[in-house]
Design a protein around this ligand. Structure first.
Ligand code: NAD
Length: 483
């Protein structure tokens, strides 16, 4: 862990399991309550002493240095991430690059956080706004993409002048600890970036701590509700990046080759362990059988294997609890009446030792099934037919989630009509699972609130302070509000 200037192993540790070999490969400290207190105190002290006085241009310089250190260390960091959570190396390498890119993007804002001067009704009054950092921000992330998820939170938090206490998932903490070590190495003042490790108990201590000012959380929706409740007890702002059950809609006029690749990317990229997984594929009934056949051919050819190898397309499921949950949800889907088109079980391909699930496609899924409603967070696609545009919109919105949606059509008017009607924070047209530092990201409904990336993320880590100055000679009536 990194607490202030100290790199510490904590008073107890837990083993981190490599999901490909199913063996322990790293030892992770387990924070106790006093570690949490010390990390928050270090962040508070750094906020009140050094960091608050550091000009934006200097914050930007340090953030760019951290970006450079990450770029120089891309190979090692991506190998650590892949070993820790089983995500294929071609993906983790891009996620590490994205971390550097997002740091540079937000470093660009650090010296441009200006406010407004506001024209007033009353002469002799001058009014202006300033953006202030919240103070100490608690950043909590999930196991599926530790470095990429942190890269959504840390850069805007630092650019706006906050200090942070990070808690990665207990299932994959290694790269977060390494990144905090790099932050110290490049000269970020001690206490600006702190990392504590551990599970839900540590998360509870952190989110209920009396001295944090902001929470940014990425994880499951039920945990998100709990975190929001903790934030409410102290009335501090919280951003929630939660789960999804995103619809990916293929209309009859789509470029089918492109759409099928998009559907595959949407659900089998990262073995489906991604919040934005396009896990409900809605296909126009006239092309349903054709699309199913094309999907099945591509899905069954996906190369499963050692995630550290360049040509592997899908790695293992990241931990055994998730592996068991995925298989049980497939079983429930089949007993509810879904038909397995391909996959449907743990993989028994030769040479695979870890927790692999075969890429699974289920047809004849109806909206009332658990599979169409609950997030699987694994390589499991349900395919639902629709009759027309309105039917597609109805099915797409029939979920408690609202993270993302995909639309495949050659008709731009249709794309915009459907976009107008979909309740989702991100909509992709003729692409899927594409991200950019500039493009705001976040959910609606049970997928959470708040935005990461893009200009919008700055608002999550600042509050607006308004100052009104009376420079007239007027003596005011003390018993009437001045408007
Ligand atoms: P999780 O909710 O179990 O855990 C997320 C984090 O919260 C972990 O660090 C965990 O230790 C911590 N935590 C657990 N209980 C806590 C508590 N009571 N108080 C504070 N912290 C607590 O989620 P997970 O299984 O790690 O991740 C999978 C979920 O994350 C999926 O639902 C997925 O969709 C979601 N996710 C969302 C996004 C997004 O950007 N919207 C991105 C990635 C993952």
């Amino acid at each position: 862990m990194v607490i202030g200037a100290n790199i510490t192993e904590g008073s107890s540790q837990r083993e981190s399991i490599n999901p490909f070999t199913c063996s322990p490969w790293a030892t992770i400290p387990e924070s106790d309550k006093s570690d949490v207190d010390r990390a928050v105190a270090a962040a508070r002290e750094a906020f009140c002493t050094t960091w608050a006085a550091v000009p934006g241009a200097e914050r930007a310089r340090l953030m760019n240095r951290l970006a450079g250190a990450i770029e120089d260390d891309t190979r090692r960091l991506s190998e650590l991430e892949t070993t820790d959570n089983g995500k294929v190396i071609r993906e983790t390498r891009n996620q590490v690059r994205f971390a550097a890119r997002n740091l540079r993007f937000f470093a660009g804002y650090a010296d441009k956080l200006d406010g407004r001067t506001i024209p007033m009704d009353r002469p002799g009054t001058f009014d202006f706004t300033v953006r202030r950092p919240h103070g100490v921000a608690a950043l909590i992330t999930a196991w599926n993409s530790p470095i990429a998820l942190l890269a959504n939170k840390l850069p805007p938090a630092l650019a706006t002048g906050n200090t942070v206490v990070i808690k990665p998932s207990e299932h994959a903490s290694v790269t977060t600890c390494e990144l905090a070590r790099l932050a110290l190495d490049v000269g970020l003042p001690p206490g600006v970036v702190n990392v504590i490790t551990g599970g839900s108990e540590v998360g509870e201590w952190l989110t209920r701590h009396y001295d944090i000012d902001k929470i940014s959380f990425t994880g499951g929706s039920s945990t998100g509700i709990r975190v929001a409740q903790n934030a409410a007890t102290r009335m501090i702002p919280v951003s929630l990046e939660l789960g999804g059950k995103s619809p990916n809609i293929i209309f009859e006029d789509a470029d089918l080759e492109k759409a099928v690749v998009g559907a595959i990317a949407g659900i089998f990229g990262a073995a489906g362990q991604t919040c934005i997984a396009g896990s409900r594929l809605l296909v126009h009934q006239s092309i349903y059988d054709d699309v199913l056949q094309k999907l099945s051919a591509r899905a069954s050819a996906i190369r499963l294997g050692n995630p550290l190898l360049e040509d592997t397309e899908m790695g293992p499921v990241a931990n055994s609890a998730q592996f068991t949950r995925i298989l049980s949800m497939i079983e429930t889907g089949v007993s509810d009446g879904a038909r397995i088109v391909t996959g449907g079980s743990a993989s028994n391909r030769p040479g695979l030792s870890g927790s692999f699930v075969d890429p699974t496609i289920l047809a004849d899924v109806s909206q009332d099934m658990q599979l169409a409603n609950e997030e699987v967070f694994g390589p499991v696609l349900c395919v639902l037919p629709f009759e027309d545009e309105n039917d597609a919109i109805r099915i797409a919105n029939a979920t408690r989630y609202g993270l993302a949606a995909g639309i495949w059509t050659r008709d731009i008017s249709r794309a915009l009509r459907v976009t107008d009607k979909l309740a989702a924070g991100t909509i992709w047209v003729n692409t899927y699972r594409a991200t950019a530092a500039q493009a705001p990201f976040g959910g609606v409904k049970a997928s959470g609130y708040g935005r990461e990336r893009g200009y919008e993320a700055l608002a999550e880590y600042t509050y607006v302070q308004n100052t009104m100055i009376d420079y007239s000679d007027e003596i005011r009536d003390p018993f009437s509000i001045r408007v």
